[in-house]
Design a protein around this ligand. Structure first.
Ligand SMILES: Cc1cc2nc3c(=O)[nH]c(=O)nc-3n(C[C@H](O)[C@H](O)[C@H](O)COP(=O)(O)O)c2cc1C
Length: 321
């Protein structure tokens, strides 16, 4: 099987990481990805600690393979972070800012640090703070991100990172994307949108089918998201979400003053906490264009690797090797 040095570092077989999906529950998905040899992740956003602990215990019952627990700064929940340190997953992944103090705490507990970065300044900060793996995420990505595209982000970060492994993210949904990432100097990929439309992911069929039906241009940046989403609570936080269009997104863009946070936020948060919310904020990336069917997650991992091997062989053939 196609493997790279980051696989050894993380204790996985295939250089494929499944994204964390914030508040959406993904224990079965993470287990399926881990079983197929990739790295599964669990999100933590806006969930009570008791829920998170139950998810961690359930994942450990389903697999004894490595996985990551994710935190972000929208907002960072210190209690959940401390519990994560005590839980000792193989890795903590972190998004929206670089927190040197938290990286030190993870390392002191023997936990690897995977830092998502969306620009070169963040990459530089992450390297200085001792991140073990960087995820160079282009603006095509679903969820929060920046503007620079993956094609520029990845080699730019690889050049800076020296011997720290880089994974590519944003707009990658198949083995051609993995092959391209390797050609750009990355050691693997992190995929979100592709795994969101997997059989095991615990979101509605309606959301998955919208992903299957969507073109790249249907996944748009959420203008004025600060009116409805929790505030960032760490310095240096950046990121604007990308979602499939909804009436709420259109209203936020066209007449934000008419979106009343006191009325809408409790409704959106209640829907998301109940596992839905796709009628308001269906976080999704441009790679929806490349997702043509809902697939079992293990099959996604295996196909991605198989297709990458074929794409790399075809490229070698094209130059006469
Ligand atoms: C529904 C959804 C929720 C997300 N939540 C998080 C999160 O809580 N933490 C995080 O680091 N990234 C989050 N992301 C971003 C993903 O981790 C990943 O970087 C991104 O999806 C990669 O781009 P892609 O969607 O083009 O594959 C989320 C993405 C989606 C689609």
């Amino acid at each position: 099987m196609l493997t790279t040095p980051v696989c050894r570092l993380l204790g996985i077989d295939a250089p494929v990481v499944c994204a964390a999906f914030g508040p959406w529950e993904e224990v079965d998905l993470a287990a399926a990805v881990c079983r197929a040899g990739g790295l599964g992740s669990l999100g933590t956003a806006v969930r009570p600690l008791a829920d998170l602990k139950e998810q961690w215990a359930r994942l450990r019952q389903l697999t004894d393979r490595p996985f990551a627990i994710n935190h972000t700064t929208r907002p960072l929940n210190e209690e959940a972070f401390q519990a994560t340190i005590e839980e000792r997953p193989t890795a903590i992944s972190f998004h929206l800012a670089v927190p040197p103090d938290l990286i030190t705490r993870a390392h002191d507990a023997g936990i690897l640090w995977i830092q998502l970065v969306t620009d070169l300044r963040q990459a530089d900060e992450a390297l200085r703070a001792g991140a073990d793996v960087l995820v160079a995420q282009g603006g095509e990505a679903g969820g929060h991100g920046g503007d620079v595209g993956t094609m520029v982000m990845v080699p730019d970060v690889v050049d800076l990172a020296d011997d720290v492994p880089v994974l590519a993210a944003g707009g990658i949904a198949d083995g051609r994307g993995l092959a391209a990432a390797l050609a750009l100097g990355a050691q693997g990929v992190l995929m979100g949108t592709r795994f969101l439309a997997s059989a095991e992911m615990n979101v509605s069929q309606a959301w998955k089918h919208r992903i299957v039906e969507s073109a790249a241009g249907d996944a748009v940046k959420v203008v004025n998201s600060e009116r409805i989403l929790p505030p960032f609570n760490r310095p240096g936080s950046v990121g604007v979400p990308r979602c499939l269009r909804t009436p709420l997104l259109d209203a936020l863009r066209e007449h934000p003053d008419q979106v009343d946070p006191e009325e809408i936020v409790p409704r959106v948060m209640a829907a998301i906490r109940a596992g839905g919310g796709e009628e308001y904020l269906p976080f999704t990336g441009q790679s929806a264009a490349l997702v043509h069917e809902v697939l079992p997650a293990g099959e996604i991992v295996r196909r991605t690797v198989r297709e990458a091997e074929a794409a790399l062989a075809a490229a070698a053939h094209a130059i006469g090797r």
